[in-house]
Design a protein around this ligand. Structure first.
Ligand SMILES: *Cc1c(COP(=O)(O)O)cnc(C)c1O
Length: 420
């Protein structure tokens, strides 16, 4: 049974009524189900079976410390894209030796910090980055563990903003160039080439692009092995989609089975398999609760104006993403069609158009499946403090991020008056 379900017309998150949470912490707020997160992680681990493997949660999907700590306690590793994410992982008790560092723009300071704490591997995305990492590692007197992120040039068939595996994208190194680089590994005395990785995009709802990418990348690993360079791990990235509306994404089990099947068909099952799921772990584990402030009838068009905005959850505005909008308490009626919009001064500030709802001002709504790329992409645009975040664990709930205050909004700013 889903952790988000109605009992007597009231929406519950595990054992707690959403209305009770909103009464206690205010609106808007993000609410996460611990059980949903744990179950998704366990689905990966179970499907992986005996395969030597490491599930590295992609922190950028949601970096809340309580979620990171939950995953760290379960033995997860992490995939980070900045020093800020590294500091979050460390603060949550995550293990740097189980953490991989992705991203196209790592600074020298970020490289140094990651080397000092003993990062598992750098996923390197360009020749220039490789040269810089060699230098930074040399200066510290260490060897940096490296995996080249290859760009397999496959179409992930997802939204263009979250497709990363085409050669016109900024990500990764073209396969031929990467192969030439592995062959010249000796030119980099302070690097240890231990893996290869690839990540082709996000919210993939079909196995095909994953299979295509593996069929391009894995034969190259076999070639390297024959040439005497045995890589210890294969990192297949993240990208597995979830169901927001009527998509039919593969299950975690089916996705992992495909990867295992491809690994064994190339004789690579003795390599350690690293996965970097983000959305598939946390996406369905969270919702954004928001209160209806006004109902506005404008010449036949009806708006439900809510107290959350595109600054709190930007996916609908940024990607045209569809997310379900459901009431915290079901009313008998009447059902009408609403555009559910926020207060931000942008016409893109729309959570959903033409949604059939029975609502009145003051009602609480839930924007579903907001656990991934929700809070993490939030901003203070329009000088709006970030919402509180709550983790539900069975019959109890905990505030795991306090709502920002107006002082938080202005922290670090100074007034300077000129013309003195
Ligand atoms: C964003 C990202 C992920 C996670 O993607 P999801 O679609 O959330 O699974 C994994 N690896 C890298 C390199 C990424 O940039």
């Amino acid at each position: 049974m889903s952790a988000f379900d109605y009992r007597d017309d009231r929406l519950f998150v595990e054992g707690v009524a959403l209305a009770e949470i909103v009464d206690a912490v205010g609106s808007p707020c993000y609410v996460y189900s611990r059980r949903t997160l744990v179950e998704a992680y366990r689905a990966f681990v179970e499907a992986l079976g005996d395969q030597p493997s490491l599930v590295c949660y992609a922190v950028k999907a949601n970096g809340n410390l309580a979620l990171l700590a939950t995953l760290a306690d379960l033995g997860a590793g992490f995939d980070i894209v900045s020093q800020g994410e590294l500091e979050r992982v460390l603060a949550a008790g995550g293990d740097p030796a189980r953490t991989v560092f992705s991203g196209v723009g790592k600074t020298e300071a970020e490289m140094r910090r990651a080397l000092e704490v003993g990062i598992r591997c750098f996923n390197v995305e360009s020749m220039a980055e490789l040269a810089r990492l060699d230098q930074v590692a040399g200066a510290l007197g260490v060897r940096a563990p490296v995996s080249l992120r290859v760009n397999p040039d496959v179409d992930a068939k997802t939204h263009p903003y979250i497709a990363t595996g085409l050669k016109e994208n900024k990500f990764g190194i073209a396969l031929p160039e990467a192969m030439a680089c592995y062959a010249r590994a000796r030119d980099y005395p302070h690097l240890a080439f231990i893996g290869m990785d690839c990540h082709i995009g996000s919210q993939l709802t079909d196995l095909r692009p994953f299979a295509d990418a593996l069929d391009r990348v894995l034969p190259e690993i076999v070639r390297l092995r024959r040439a005497g360079l045995a890589l210890a791990h294969v990192d297949v990235g993240g990208g597995l989609g979830i169901r927001y509306r009527d998509e039919r994404p593969p299950t975690i089990g089916a996705y992992v089975a495909l990867v295992l099947d491809r690994l064994s068909s190339y004789g690579l099952e003795d390599s350690e398999l690293i996965l970097e799921p983000g959305r598939a772990l946390v996406g369905a584990a969270g919702l954004l609760a928001t209160r209806v402030e006004y109902i506005k009838d404008a010449d036949g068009k009806r708006f439900a104006i809510v107290d959350a905005g595109m600054n709190d959850l930007i996916r609908p505005a940024l990607y045209g993403a569809w997310q379900n909008v459901i009431p915290a308490r079901r009313r008998p009626g009447p059902v009408r069609e609403y555009d559910v919009v926020g207060p931000v001064c942008e016409s893109a500030d729309v959570f959903g158009r033409g949604r059939s709802l029975a609502i009145e001002p003051g009602d609480v709504l839930a924007i579903a499946d907001a656990g991934a790329y929700g809070s993490a992409m939030g901003s203070q645009y329009n000088a709006r403090p970030r919402p509180a975040e709550v983790l539900v664990d069975g019959a109890r709930f905990h505030v795991v991020r306090e709502r920002e205050t107006y002082d938080d909004l202005m922290r670090g700013e100074r007034v300077v008056r000129g013309g003195l």
